[in-house]
Design a protein around this ligand. Structure first.
Ligand code: GLA
Length: 689
């Protein structure tokens, strides 16, 4: 039998198949990967993600090597413009074995075509075999390849699209771009201007320790001059009727229910106010300003004074903002080559070990007095290590002395960082025997210790200092922050003015909610609105809707509201975001609950969506509910899922940004129509009636 025809036919089939693969196959790694936005490092072609291609390792999932593919880190998104020219997509997906892929790594792969979920991997962990993904793409114009971080925010989530390729209609390549962003809109003001009649704003409760100087300026809007009165003021306190400033000292513990009133020729406002003299301060989240996000290393006493003046002149103080906080760079700096910093290079301490302020802060006590004279409070910054994050003097081995110095200068707030403390716990510098080291660690005490001692020293001072822990959430600070007398604790690294930053920080705080209560607040970092820029000012890059989301979310979380911008450059829109009293009241609510995400809508009318509903119980029995749209496109829906929110029967619904009632519905039967802009929010209050 002649075998040649069969061999030739076989050969031709192989040739054709190979030709077909090369002609009609577009490899993902051959596309332009630069638009990929991801959690850490850079996406890599045929390697695991890394900072540079040299640092990446060959793609490997559970020991299996892959020659081709894309290595990325969650959260990661790439938009591919297929324009209907692809037939299918296939890949092997999983967590890369690269050393940095920690055992905690967990990711989820999503393939979304024209807004529809085509495939999702389910949550995958490190050391799990790759999953095969194969999707039909006929007719699909835009494809989103997305890797989510399974909501745990871990930056070691190395994720591979291995062997990833498209079968096409003879197209050679596809264009790629960044994930879709919302259509640009101009800033729009929702906050109604406060009336000319008096209105008392701010919290309804205030905590002070016995024997500490009391200072509280009644925040009130309305035409000036205004006359203030306070009924049932406890002995030891007095009120300045013209400024509305309450001051004095309470010597014994107790609760005092006071009635405040503010009067101008147009009317009178009254408000009950609870003064709690006890062990706990910061009974509502601190509100104020911090110098870091705008001035960073270029801060000076003059800028702090201008900030205090601006807080008054802009009217911010009338809405409850009171802390003017100096961040890093008030101390002397280590020797540096930076010619702009020579004036702050100098000794850290005097012969007695007392910390020295640098030449830009010639008189710390005088500065504190300046701020207090305006009815405001003042904050300072340090680090438990020998130096701060910026290379200035830290409090290492001088904690007690520093606490005393801050109090003697008149400070009301200490932000205490972590920087350079690793050199202590890793034994890189000589350490007294009582300081726990990491290598001997059987528990987390080495990480807690520096906050414990500073917390104790602050407690010993004859004035109240809010203790703000800034160690980025290490060792689940929310679980022990209260035990070291912390008032609030940062749970993340620094934020910046990008949607990615504020959404990835703000929407990851549920884990801390059980620990949030009056006196203990979660701190997702400072507000990133207005003119910011760490010494090089620019207007925030957040869109107007992202800014509404930022403020709404921080208020729902009961986070400290520390303005980060140059307050001498406040525009009307930024001011409107910062001064909506109904929105601020959510943050300052005396029940002190932190909102959590109670419902997530991931699909609407067959399309992929990301709507998150946050709910927070309020002291008056009502509920604040925020409907956040994390997607880029406007979302319209008829919301019916009130059971999930435990809301029943007739409810009045108030739009807090617009300060108007938007509905009066029977939640057992009716739906609430919602239209939420991309990256935007509707912030409502539900009151049963
Ligand atoms: C850290 C903190 C910032 C700021 C700087 C100062 O990065 O997270 O908020 O205090 O230090 O150097």
């Amino acid at each position: 039998m002649n075998l040649w025809p069969a061999v030739i036919i076989r050969f031709l089939i192989i040739v054709c198949a190979t030709a077909k693969l090369s002609a009609d196959t577009v490899w993902l790694d051959d596309l332009n990967l630069s638009p990929i936005v991801q959690g850490w490092g850079k996406p890599q072609k045929n390697k695991s993600a890394a900072k540079t291609p040299e640092e990446g390792n060959p793609l490997k999932i559970k020991g299996k090597l892959y020659e081709r593919g894309v290595g990325t880190v969650a959260e990661s998104v790439l938009l591919i413009h297929l324009n209907g020219d692809a037939k299918s997509f296939s890949a092997e997906v999983g967590v890369d074995d690269t050393k940095r892929g920690s055992t905690r790594a967990s990711v989820e792969f999503f393939v979304i075509g024209d807004g529809r979920m085509l495939w999702r991997s389910g949550i995958m962990h490190a050391s799990e075999s790759a999953k095969h993904c194969s999707v039909n793409l006929i007719g699909v114009k835009e494809l989103l390849l997305k890797v989510g971080d399974a909501d745990d925010g871990d930056n070691d989530d190395f994720a591979d699209w291995a062997d990833a390729k498209f079968d096409t209609n003879s197209t050679k390549s596809f264009k790629t771009s960044r994930e879709p962003t919302p259509v640009a809109v101009a800033p729009y003001i929702l906050t109604p201007a406060p009336p000319a009649t008096p209105r008392i704003n701010g919290p309804k409760v205030f905590g002070v320790r016995p024997g500490s100087p009391f200072l509280y300026s009644i925040p009130a809007t309305g035409d000036r001059p205004m006359q203030f009165t306070a009924k049932n003021l406890p002995t030891g306190l007095q009120l300045d009727a013209k400024t509305g400033r309450l001051s004095g000292i309470l010597s014994t513990k107790g609760e005092f229910l006071v009635t405040l009133s503010a009067q101008n020729p147009l009317g009178t406002a009254t408000q009950s106010f609870r003064i709690v003299c006890g062990d706990t301060i910061a009974l509502t989240p601190p509100m104020g300003w911090n110098s870091w996000n705008c001035f960073a290393h270029a801060v000076s006493a003059e800028k702090i004074k201008s900030a205090a003046d601006a807080m008054i002149q802009s009217g911010l103080a009338n809405h409850g903002y009171s802390y003017v906080n100096i961040d890093d760079y008030w101390q002397n700096h280590l020797p540096t080559n930076d010619h702009t910093a020579q004036d702050i290079v100098g000794p850290f301490r005097n012969a007695q070990g007392v910390i020295l302020s640098n030449s830009r802060f010639p008189d710390m006590k005088g500065l504190a007095d300046y701020v207090h004279e305006r009815g405001l409070k003042i904050g300072i910054y340090s680090s438990p290590g020998p130096t701060t994050c910026g290379g200035c003097a830290g409090s290492w081995l001088h904690e007690q002395q520093d606490a005393k110095t801050y109090a003697s200068w008149g400070f009301d707030f200490l932000k205490y960082d972590w920087c350079s403390y690793s050199s202590v716990i890793d034994g890189k510098i000589e350490t007294p025997p009582q300081v726990p080291l990491r290598k001997n660690a059987r528990d987390d005490s080495y990480a807690i210790y520096p906050y414990k001692i500073m917390g104790e020293y602050l407690q010993q001072q004859p004035r109240d200092l809010v203790f703000s822990l800034c160690q980025y959430g290490d060792k689940e600070v929310w679980k022990w922050g209260a035990s070291v007398n912390g008032s609030c604790w940062r749970t993340t690294g620094d934020d910046n003015d990008s949607w990615r930053s504020i959404s990835q920080i703000g929407f990851y705080q549920d884990k801390t909610a059980a620990f949030t209560k009056p006196g203990n607040w979660v701190d997702p970092d400072m507000l990133i609105l207005g003119w910011i820029g760490w010494g090089r000012l620019h207007p925030t890059s957040l869109t107007p809707d992202e800014q509404y989301t930022h403020v709404s979310l921080w208020c729902m979380l009961a986070a400290p509201l520390l303005i980060g911008c140059d307050m001498t450059k406040l525009d009307e829109f930024t001011l409107s975001l910062l001064t909506n009293d109904e929105v601020l009241a959510i943050d300052q609510d005396e029940l002190g609950k932190q909102a959590t995400c109670v419902l997530r809508l991931t699909e609407l009318a067959d399309k992929v969506a990301d709507v998150r509903v946050y709910q927070k119980k309020l002291a008056d029995g009502s509920d604040a509910v925020a409907f956040f749209n994390l997607g880029a496109e406007n979302v319209n829906l008829n919301f019916k899922n009130f059971e999930k929110l435990h809301l029943r029967g007739p409810q009045k619904v108030r739009d807090l940004w617009r300060q108007t009632e938007v509905a009066n519905i029977d939640t057992n039967q009716q739906a609430l129509p919602l239209s939420i802009p991309g990256h935007g929010v509707l912030l409502y209050k539900f009151t049963a009636n």
